[in-house]
Ligand binder design. Sequence first.
Ligand code: SF4
Ligand code: SF4
Ligand code: SF4
Ligand code: FES
Length: 394
Amino acid sequence: MTETALAAAKKEKKSGQMIKFSINGKAVEVEAGQNILRGAEKAGIYIPTLCYHPDLEAFGGCRLCIVEVKGMRGYPTACTTPAAEGMEVKTDTDRLRQLRRSILEMILTEHPHVCLICSERNNCKQAHECTRRAGITTACGFCPKNGQCGIQAVAERLELKDVTLPFSYKNLPIDRSTPFFDRDDNLCILCGRCVRACKKGVIKFMQRGSQAIVDTAPGTSHVEAECEFCGACVDHCPTGSLVERKRRWDGKIETQAKTICPFCSVGCELTAGVSAGGGSASGGKQGRVIETLTNENGCLLGRFCATLLNDSSRRITAPMMRRSGKLVVVPWEDAIAHAAKAIKKSKGKTALVYSASCTNEDMFALRQFASKVLETAMISCPGSSTQKPVWRRT
Ligand code: SF4
Ligand code: SF4
Ligand code: SF4
Ligand code: FES
């Protein structure tokens, strides 16, 4: 495969047309226009990546996904090179392994990496503390992504044992200016995933060379830059640089479940992440919802706010009754018996007020309850706390 033929392959993007080529001698087929990496994924062949994400346009920044292509000079990146008919690709030669390790080492000259090479790291996991007392800024336990990190996954596959190049800690302050997430530039590898994930163009690469960081325009806060707080930048960051503040130390997600956002009656779908426990601050959090992700068409309110609502100390989670002027938690049986007695006494003289956040199903059930149990026609939904209730006849 010559480079001229490859250039022709880049133009050849007829949809549905299939391209046949080989990776490590294995026959692979992808749609015209798809890259070598896609072919490797389909064939179950591992190629390390950091700046690539399947949701985002390829960027070719980290160069970890370099491969060898017969007839091509140098080492093209699998994420940006489209597959071409008859191409012969190698992904796992000694030279590639050596080059990828050198590339990773270079990335790590400005990235704390105790968590990747420390001989005690597995013992520390069990002890839940750094047994070698590594510095507070570099010990793996002090990174919220420890155990769920893109760099750790790549370093393990590349069997990185040591970093021979000198390390320089950037020592930049953590940006806590947004309401929901923190940005630690000391852990940023400038992979640009967050920049590409932000559809609003709120964050960009700023400054150059060793000073380069990802940030909003100078002097502009996220709110001023019209950040929607959709969380896409946080969700696509492979390192501990962009992390949701509330779940920073809650550890790994064990399971995910589909649920409904509790904020309004539209009822957008949310994916709730349930804690596996084991985070440094997880305490009794095992089995609790520590993250909520919105889907592409859902409203964004639930992304960061649903867990705040779920864990709010003001949330009523048990029945309460007023006793001697004070609200006290009581068993369900007592609360139900009391309510039943009160309803019986006031049948036909009761009004029912429901929240504007109720779903259609909730409202249907409440209407049934109002007409059949309370025997009242007075049912209301206040539009907002400042509006007077709008009464409707059932
Ligand atoms: S981002 Fe990953 S590699 Fe870097 S310190 Fe955190 S866990 Fe370790
Ligand atoms: S939260 Fe969403 S809109 Fe705001 S910077 Fe991140 S990706 Fe962009
Ligand atoms: S903040 Fe994260 S996603 Fe953005 S460039 Fe840095 S490491 Fe990559
Ligand atoms: S993953 Fe291909 S260059 Fe980074």
